[in-house]
Write a protein that binds this ligand. Sequence first.
Ligand code: XMP
Length: 326
Amino acid sequence: MSSNVRPETMERITTEALANAFIEEQIRELRAQIGDKNVLLALSGGVDSSVVAALLIKAVGQQLVCVHVNHGLLRKGEPEQVVDVFKNQMKANLVYVDAVDRFLDKLAGVAEPEKKRKIIGAEFIRVFEEEARKQDGISFLAQGTIYPDIIESDGVKAHHNVGGLPEDMKFELVEPIKLLFKDEVRVVGKALGLPDGMVYRQPFPGPGLGVRCLGAITRERLEAVRESDAILREEFAKNGLEGKVWQYFTAVPDFKSVGVKDGKRTFAYPVIIRAVNTRDAMTATVENVPFELLQHITKRITSEVENVNRVVFDLTPKPSGTIEWE
Ligand code: XMP
């Protein structure tokens, strides 16, 4: 499947049977393309790279080398889930790279959003390249490119590709889901046996929590983002909002406000809650989250998350706000 154009005759994959047919066909094609060579994949744990990994594990097993880079900007539990699903359950050849200190050291003191993005992107390529050089006999690079990446490159800012590798590492590409739409990728992921939490997850930006820890990232505020995000996700799941709301998350700004706890004055960070719905991420409306639920989440965040004394809800649609805060 080398063409980048989806044939008009290609049926939309909406059922498990259609997904299984797609999987069988891909396994045949991947085996024919890859033969006895080795394939490298940057596995983030997002739905696209996870589906590509699961397909390749079925097709070529141990010839696939998955590299999971933990840059310290992932959501709570994500790196653990990648290791559990792919290494423990699917027995994949998985290299887990703990690059947390490396990323956070590079990002220290950098407040400008686009600079932060550039550092995260460039460092990711560097770490991936180093791991790739340690592997022998890699001939192919697998990528979770999907059809919207090809047809609307200025749509959702997805980072599926490890572009920017040096000249001597220009491997032949393997892109088994490049003609699929997101909903089809999810149906295929489900048929491949991936957990629901992985298949139906909300969009998550490539630079991760890095763009939600506003301004210059500190470990203290990054933990506040990660812990408050985990509480928000848990409460949305418990209250039937998971899968209904398109994207929801917390952000922590780089200023403190005065509060009070146990009769004592506090000086701590606020947490911003954002919950939006959209079709294409170009415009967005704010989800009407029940007030009682917001109060409950506020109570949990202010009592369970360290260095936080206040919670605010972002009422701004896009435009005038963007979905992310930076
Ligand atoms: P904005 O904030 O521009 O976001 O309204 C629209 C969608 O894009 C995601 N987003 C990113 N995704 N790298 C990504 O992979 C990025 O740098 C990035 N910035 C924003 C955002 O989460 C939303 O879904």
